[in-house]
Design a protein around this ligand. Sequence first.
Ligand code: KIV
Length: 273
Amino acid sequence: MSKYIVEDARKVTTRRVIEMKRKGEKIAMLTAYDYTMASIIDASGIDIILVGDSASNVMAGNVTTLPITLDQMIYHAKSVVRGVKRALVVADMPFGTYQVNADEAVKNAIRIMKETHADALKLEGGEEILPSIRKILDAGIPIMGHLGLTPQSINKFGTYGVRAKDEAEAAKLCHDARLLQEAGCFALVLEKIPAHLGTKVAESLEIPVIGIGAGGGVDGQVLVCTDMLGMTADFTPRFLRRYADLNSIIGDAVGNYISDVKAKDFPNESEQY
Ligand code: KIV
C-alpha cells in the first residue's frame, strides 16, 4: 500500500466519504477505465475511482460523452473493479440510460451494479431526473450527483464554458444540489463553475461536494486520469494541473524501442531463448 494512504487501509464506503467531510478531510478522486490503471491508482491510495463516461472521449476517441453505450460502460467498470482493493468505485450511467423514465433508469442501474460490482453510480442533472434518482436510491443503489457543466447535455449548452455564472443558473444549481441531498445522494460532483459558488454549495450541504474546476472551497477534487498524467497533450483547461508528462515519456520510450529494433539492438543475447 502507498505512503499516501492516510491511516486507513480499509475499503472506502459511501459512509466513509460523508465522514471524511464531517472531519474536514479532503477527498481525492480520479477516473480510471481499465484494470491496469485502476490497480496503480488504487495502490497509490486514492479515495474514489470514477469510471467516467469520459471513457467515450479518452478511450474511444469520440468528441463527446454521448455515444458511449451501457455495454461499453459495463465493460470499463468491470475491468476497473477487478483492479481495485480499497477505493470506492463509482460508475457513470451513460447518456440515454436514465433520462427516459424512472423504470428504465432503475433497470439499467441494477444491470450495472449486478454485472460490474461497482459500489455506486453517478448521474448528471438535478430536478429533471429526480424521479429516476429516487427510484434508483429506493433500490438500494448509492448515487453521486453531478451538476454544473454536465457533458451529456453539451448539445443543449453549446459550449464547454464555465456554467452558473449568472444568478438564475447559480440559484437553480443551489436548488438542485439541495434536492439531490434531500433525495439521498451520498455525494455531488460540481463541474466548471465559479469557485465562490462551489464553496457556497459545499458549505450549505452535509454530503461531500467534489469539484472539477469548482475551486478549492469544496470537499474534494476529481480529475480525468489521462489529463492529470499528461497523456492528453492538447487538452489545457485552466483547472487542470498536470502531475506527469506521460505523453513525452511514452513517446520517447516508443521512439527508443523503434530505434533499437531498426538497429538490430533489440533483442540482445540475454533477451532471447
Ligand atoms: O466522466 C467523467 O470523467 C466525469 C468527471 C469529469 C467528473 O464525469
